[in-house]
Design a protein around this ligand. Structure first.
Ligand SMILES: *[C@@H]1O[C@H](CO)[C@@H](O)[C@H](O)[C@H]1NC(C)=O
Ligand SMILES: *[C@@H]1O[C@H](CO)[C@@H](O)[C@H](O)[C@H]1NC(C)=O
Ligand SMILES: *[C@@H]1O[C@H](CO)[C@@H](O)[C@H](O)[C@H]1NC(C)=O
Ligand SMILES: *[C@@H]1O[C@H](CO)[C@@H](O)[C@H](O)[C@H]1NC(C)=O
Ligand SMILES: *[C@@H]1O[C@H](CO)[C@@H](O)[C@H](O)[C@H]1NC(C)=O
Ligand SMILES: *[C@@H]1O[C@H](CO)[C@@H](O)[C@H](O)[C@H]1NC(C)=O
Ligand SMILES: *[C@@H]1O[C@H](CO)[C@@H](O)[C@H](O)[C@H]1NC(C)=O
Ligand SMILES: *[C@@H]1O[C@H](CO)[C@@H](O)[C@H](O)[C@H]1NC(C)=O
Ligand SMILES: *[C@@H]1O[C@H](CO)[C@@H](O)[C@H](O)[C@H]1NC(C)=O
Length: 487
């Protein structure tokens, strides 16, 4: 009897907690890589999103601070300090060429918290989210009509941005129109953009996460909605490990850096895509410089005040969060052939917040639940060959895709097999549907090998692609049905 009561109350609780969200809604997957964008002569890196009717295709840089999704107007470059502006905006949008654009002259911006690095005007327009799993196949479109967007007319930064801040209009509209389960969103920023100098591409998943993109149990943190960057973590240690001697030194350790009277204190750092480098407290930056013989980069090569090492330094940097979760920046990211590090210079009197920029996000998968104001971090799978977007039901904890064991992977010389799957179902009770299974051909492997040889020095972990199985079928039956039987 007691167990029946328990069962009933548990059922009621479960029903209450999910009633507001339809977690059978499939997520929307939008990949991030370099492509042709409207009115630009070069390929640009970003989220594959089009605007207007007919579509003017763009590459939008994801921002987890900005709430509006924004696009460059043609006049942007005459009013901008952005370097190589005509090739760097992420595309251009011309409202006159679209039959669906409606001006909203009196619209009040939701982005009042930003330091006004650009400005523009607002309008309602058709936003086209493209899902494009394979270069060889066409893209499919999710149409978000009459969504408010910003057309940027002046500023200093890349204006084409996917606004994924805590009041994101795209996420709000998708959820309000029942197109996704709730206001959940996941991001892997990738490393295929110029500043990162890598090859691996990223992805956005609206109302979901790519379960093939991370491993291990995700670590959960609370958002701070009062901040423009609502996602921050506390850092309790940073360790430099020399690759050759396997030596460890904590940049917090006053015995290693006698200049400090006591061990450095924990500090809070905001996760952001607004800058690439990592910005640390002054003393810790100083310790890093001392240990790696890094100095200010006089040319400020990337315009982001990243430090440069004088001689080469071969080692990794591990960032230890308050809960013990440790993220390691690999040696080829910490110092690459041009000796630029992803650590930003810092003045003693700077009051700016500490940041974990895109260099950090290149190593982790970020999953945000804006319904609960929580977010998750997990180790990103860089050499991913399985794209497995699943629903991220609000209040649930994302689960990594269980890879088939190595023995199941057949040695056929195929690489980069991609499995596009979508899991629907309520939270943990998930059904798995396989969307697409495509294998890249031997030809591509040869191409990759050639690429690798050509660029031996820039070789990064993500090139090391796992060999693919011939076929990785989805589970034929609903798994985890046990959950319901447990009474
Ligand atoms: C939930 O979404 C699924 C898939 O879109 C749909 O078939 C179903 O009717 C929805 N359920 C409710 C209660 O809205
Ligand atoms: C990333 O995307 C580009 C297309 O812009 C593609 O050419 C490249 O092969 C992709 N990189 C990887 C590592 O898959
Ligand atoms: C921006 O450029 C356009 C056209 O080049 C010009 O008409 C406009 O006045 C400029 N705006 C500002 C604020 O400079
Ligand atoms: C986005 O909205 C949130 C919540 O309303 C606000 O705290 C934040 O400052 C906004 N972002 C920007 C860039 O202003
Ligand atoms: C924009 O991208 C979509 C999806 O790939 C494609 O169908 C369309 O032709 C593109 N538009 C232009 C102008 O290239
Ligand atoms: C978008 O706006 C147009 C014109 O105002 C209207 O006809 C259409 O129904 C709207 N679509 C949606 C999905 O609201
Ligand atoms: C070094 O890093 C920069 C970005 O910091 C990148 O653009 C460049 O391609 C990298 N060079 C090598 C040789 O890896
Ligand atoms: C760093 O050390 C590792 C292991 O000793 C070695 O494989 C790698 O080539 C070194 N890298 C550089 C840039 O010296
Ligand atoms: C440095 O730390 C790593 C990771 O904890 C450990 O494996 C290694 O043995 C340490 N090296 C030394 C010299 O203690």
């Amino acid at each position: 009897m007691a167990s029946l009561v328990l069962y009933l109350s548990a059922t009621v609780l479960f029903a209450q907690s999910t009633v507001a969200f339809n977690c059978s809604k499939k997520p929307i997957y939008v990949d991030i890589h370099k492509r042709a964008v409207h009115d630009s002569p070069v390929f640009q890196y970003g989220s594959f999103i089009g605007l207007g009717t007919p579509s003017q295709n763009q590459s939008l840089w994801p921002s987890i601070a900005q709430n509006h999704t924004s696009f460059a107007s043609h006049e942007y470059c005459s009013n901008s300090t952005l370097k190589s502006c005509d090739k760097s905006t992420g595309g251009f949008f011309n409202p006159e060429d679209s039959v669906s654009f409606v001006k909203q002259p009196s619209f009040q911006t939701l982005d009042r918290g930003s330091d006004a690095s650009f400005s523009g005007s607002f309008g309602q327009e058709s936003v086209r989210l493209y899902t494009h799993f394979f270069e060889t196949e066409g893209a499919s479109q999710t149409l978000l009509e009459n969504s408010t967007v910003e057309v940027v007319t002046e500023g200093s930064i890349i204006p084409a941005r996917l606004g994924m801040g805590s009041s994101s209009t795209v996420l709000r509209d998708l959820a309000a129109r029942d197109m996704i389960a709730g206001r959940t969103y996941s991001l892997y920023i990738g490393q295929g953009f110029n500043r990162a100098g890598g090859a691996v591409n990223g992805s956005n998943t609206f109302g979901g996460y790519d379960s093939g993109r991370f491993t291990g149990t995700p670590h959960q943190y609370q958002m701070n909605i009062a901040n423009v960057n609502p996602m921050s973590v506390r850092i309790k240690d940073i360790i430099l490990t020399g690759t050759n001697d396997n030596s460890n030194v904590s940049l917090f350790d006053n015995t290693a850096f006698p200049e400090m009277k006591s061990r450095a204190a924990d500090f809070e750092a905001q996760i952001t895509t607004e800058q690439f480098p990592i910005s640390l407290p002054y003393q810790i930056t100083k310790n890093f410089m001392a240990r790696t013989s890094a100095e200010k980069d006089k040319d400020n090569t990337w315009g982001d005040n990243s430090l440069r090492v004088k001689n080469s330094f071969n080692g990794t940097l591990s960032i230890v969060l308050e809960d013990g979760y440790t993220i390691t920046i690999p040696s080829e990211v910490l110092v690459n052939a041009s000796n630029i590090t992803p650590i930003q210079e810092r003045t003693e009197d700077s009051k700016a917040p500490f940041y974990l920029g895109s260099a950090f996000l290149g190593q982790v998968y970020l999953m945000a639940d804006y319904e609960m104001n929580t977010f998750f971090l997990a180790d990103a799978v860089q050499k991913n060959n399985a794209v497995m977007p699943v629903t991220f039901c609000p209040k649930s904890v994302p689960e990594a895709y269980q890879r088939p064991s190595q023995s199941q992977w057949q040695r056929q010389g195929l690489i980069g097999a991609v499995v596009g799957g979508v899991v629907g179902g309520m939270g943990a009770l998930a059904a798995l549907y396989c969307l697409v299974v495509v294998f890249y051909r031997k030809k591509d492997e040869r191409k990759l090998q050639k690429e690798l040889k050509k660029n031996e020095k820039t070789k990064m972990a993500q090139f090391d692609i796992e060999e693919a199985p011939t076929f990785d079928p989805p589970p034929s039956k609903v798994s985890k049905a046990r959950f319901w039987k447990k009474t």
